[in-house]
Design a protein around this ligand. Sequence first.
Ligand code: NAD
Length: 248
Amino acid sequence: MQPVLLITGASRGIGAATARLAAERGHAVCVNYRRDETGAQALVREIEVGGGRAIAVQADVAIEADVVRLFETVDAQLGTLSGLVNNAGVLERQGRVEDIDAARLARIFATNVTGAFVCAREAVRRMSTRHGGRGGAIVNVSSIAARLGAPGEYVDYAASKGALDTLTLGLAREVAAEGIRVNAVRPGLIHTGIHADGGEPGRVERIAPSLPMGRGGTPEEVAQAILWLLSEEASYATGSFIELGGGR
Ligand code: NAD
C-alpha cells in the first residue's frame, strides 16, 4: 500500500524539498499551502510529471476548521494517512523583547504551536492503532532556536519552537504503544524565503561565514533527515531530535 504523507506549508522551502523527496521515495503527497496556490500547484505538476501522486490543498493551519477539512480532503483523495510533517512556520521581523506585543506572540504561536498541535491530533485520530489505524510517523520541524533562544533576534519564535519540542516529547510517549513515532528536526540557518519574509533578506548569506561549516544549509539537506525519520529505518526512533545546524 502506498504511504500517504501530509506536509504543511509545503509550497516552497523545506516543505517543498520534503514533498519532492517523499514523492521520489514512493509517497503520495498532500502539499498544503496557505496563500501560495501557484507554488503548490506547480510542485504538484512537477511531482506528477516525475510519475508521482500529489494533491495541493489550501488550509491555514492556525484555523482549526481548515485543518479538519485538510485531513478530510486527504482521506477522500489520497487514502489512509501514514505520515505528517508539521512544517508550516512563521517568524516576524527581528527585535528585542520590548518590541514584541502579545498580538505578535499570538500570531507566531497560532501557526507554530497550535497549528502543529491540531494537525498532530488529526493525524493521531487516523493513524493510532487505538482507533483502528495502521500506525505512522509525525515529524515536527522545530529549530535550533529552541535550544539557543535567539536572544536579540526572535525570542518569541524560539519559545514557540521550544513548545513544539515539548509537544514532540509528550506526544511521542503518549502514542508510542499505538504504532506512531513522533520526532523532530531542528534546522539551523537554511536558505529559504522565511528570512526575507521576516524582514531580513540575505540573512543566511550574511551569517554563513561565521558558522562552523562556513555555509548555510539547503532545504534538501533538511528533507533527507525528515525522510529518514519517516522511514522504517528509524523504527526505534521516537521522541528524538536531529539537529541540522552545520555545527552551530
Ligand atoms: P518558508 O517560509 O519557505 O516555509 C514556511 C511555509 O509555511 C511557507 O510556505 C508559509 O506560507 C507556510 N505557512 C506559514 N503559516 C502557515 C499557516 N498558518 N498555514 C499553512 N501554511 C503556513 O520557510 P522554511 O524555512 O522552509 O520553513 C519551514 C519550517 O522550517 C518552519 O517551521 C521554520 O520555522 C523552520 N525552520 C526554518 C529555518 C531556516 O533557516 N529556514 C531554520 C529553522 C527552522
